[in-house]
Design a protein around this ligand. Structure first.
Ligand code: NAD
Ligand code: UDP
Length: 321
């Protein structure tokens, strides 16, 4: 049994990770400030004596005896990370410094939830880990993108200077049950809109692409990465290479929900990346043949079922059938 700290553990991905680590027999300490996370996400874990919940903000130092740290604390949706951009970059940078300091003090292994956003609006497609990215330093997404890039730098410097055992994972768009219905990201927005019979809001002309990964595949990749030899630091991309336009996604959501919602077009936010697709050869070779198992149709089905059963104002045929 390992003692494992999960920062951002009450969030969408964090709650799935905490659940999986508990099921594997570990002692899990979940730390969150509840900015975008919720106690509802982890309420079902509270009766487990090996699960502990701490309200804490990673921008302040934290002391605990742990063997491993998964550093997930950071809002991930553009709507939320742009709400207080100064706080967002503090969370990534000061959060990394505080968690790396903790890892150094207690000799814990530490994994950073980095992001495909470090590639910005990529000019290389698909994106390999060797690509340095195309990121605007002064735009509205910079607080998130540059914060995550700086965190990667800190991780590598703590590793080189202080021999901290680090793992950097670059996560590509991930979706699934327990996304907040007001999260603002595209998969949850489209499903919630379809189930409520509201217009499906495509930003821009819908030709931009993303590659969507189901949360269970990501959690498997995160755990395999944590369990690699100390020589493996990453960065390693974890994502599903199946790439779709936002228009294709909207059509799939409409078909799978049976919704009569209309598609409407809104202005494209600035610096919105035009394309995104991970190269995952590295993950495959370093993480014992890891590759995504849940493809979009199945992942959407499970996520639609989740929102159908948790939203109170569903009117689409899903609820009635
Ligand atoms: P989320 O918003 O659901 O979870 C983030 C969690 O961090 C929330 O519970 C939030 O309350 C907590 N948090 C935020 N600021 C904090 C702070 N200062 N101190 C303590 N807790 C804080 O988002 P998610 O999708 O679960 O993302 C988790 C991690 O994965 C994030 O670091 C995100 O950048 C990264 N990531 C996610 C995706 C994705 O598609 N979901 C893609 C790339 C990277
Ligand atoms: N998007 C959209 N409608 C929405 C929400 C998002 O068309 O209601 C678009 C957004 O402009 C982007 C893509 O979907 O091009 C993915 O957005 P998301 O916020 O999910 O993730 P990110 O842009 O960070 O990859």
């Amino acid at each position: 049994m390992k003692r494992i700290l999960v920062t951002g553990g009450a969030g969408f991905i964090g709650s799935h990770l905490c659940e999986r680590l508990l099921n594997e027999g570990h002692d899990v300490l979940c730390l969150d400030n509840y900015f975008t996370g919720s106690k509802t996400n982890i309420a079902h874990l509270l009766s487990n004596p090996f699960f502990e919940l701490v309200r804490h903000d990673v921008t302040a130092p934290f002391y605990a005896e742990v063997d491993e740290i998964y550093n997930l604390a950071c809002p991930a949706s553009p709507v939320h990370y742009q709400y207080n951009p100064i706080k967002t970059i503090k969370t990534s940078v000061m959060g990394a410094i505080n968690m790396l300091g903790l890892a150094k003090r207690v000799s814990a292994k530490i994994l950073q939830a980095s992001t495909s956003e470090v590639y910005g609006d990529p000019t290389v497609h698909p994106q390999p880990e060797e690509y340095w990215g195309n990121v605007n330093t002064i735009g509205i997404r910079s607080c998130y993108d540059e914060g995550k890039r700086c965190a990667e730098t800190l991780f590598m410097d703590y590793h080189r200077q202080n021999s901290v055992r680090i793992k950097i994972v670059r996560i590509f768009n991930t979706y699934g049950p327990r996304m907040n219905p007001n999260d603002g990201r595209v998969v949850s927005n489209f499903i919630v809109q379809a189930l409520r019979g509201e217009d499906i809001t495509i930003y821009g002309n819908g030709a931009q692409t993303r590659s969507f990964q189901y949360v269970d595949d990501l959690v498997e990749g995160l755990i395999r990465m944590m369990n690699t030899d100390d020589a493996v630091t990453g960065p390693v991309n974890i994502g599903n290479p199946n790439e779709f336009t936002m228009l294709e996604l909207a059509e799939k959501v409409l078909a799978q929900t049976g919704s009569a919602s209309k598609i409407v077009f809104h202005p494209l936010p600035s610096d919105d990346p035009r394309q995104r697709q991970p190269k995952i050869d590295k993950a495959y070779s370093l993480l014992s043949g890891w590759q995504p198992k849940v493809q979009l149709a199945e992942g959407l089905k499970r996520t639609i079922e989740y929102f159908s059963s948790t939203l109170i104002d569903v009117i689409s045929p899903c609820k009635k059938s």
